[in-house]
Ligand binder design. Structure first.
Ligand SMILES: [Cu+2]
Length: 116
């Protein structure tokens, strides 16, 4: 009866390996999705350009829910720091943008036109 202990050892080793493998891969798989969801600096919101005020560095956007600001869909004015952000835009453009709260106003930090 030398076979049984050997088999048991092999089984135990196999189970151990499988367990280690599961432990190693389990936390790794949900993490990329979680990081993506929590990374608010990259969160983009869909919007439509309603008005552009280059002189005052303001743009009016009709926007969808802004998740990183907890803001529901609405039409409102955003500020920009750099007129270059507004340069490629025109009224009616569909965009995806990122906005952040700065000095009590909402600052548009990134805007990209949607692909036609
Ligand atoms: Cu708003």
């Amino acid at each position: 009866m030398k076979l049984l202990p050997t088999l048991t050892l092999i089984l135990a080793a196999a189970l151990c390996t499988a367990n280690l493998h599961a432990q190693a891969t389990k936390p790794a798989s949900p993490q990329p999705a979680q990081t993506k969801g929590n990374d608010t600096s990259a969160a983009l919101t869909p919007g439509v350009v309603k008005k552009i005020d280059l002189a005052n560095l303001r743009v009016t956007l009709q926007h969808g829910d802004i998740q990183n600001l907890g803001m529901p869909a609405m039409t409102m004015v955003f500020r920009v720091k750099d007129p270059a952000v507004l340069a490629p835009l025109k009224v009616g453009d569909k965009v995806h943008f990122h906005a952040e709260e700065a000095d009590g106003a909402l600052l548009l930090t990134r805007v990209a036109k949607d692909a036609p």
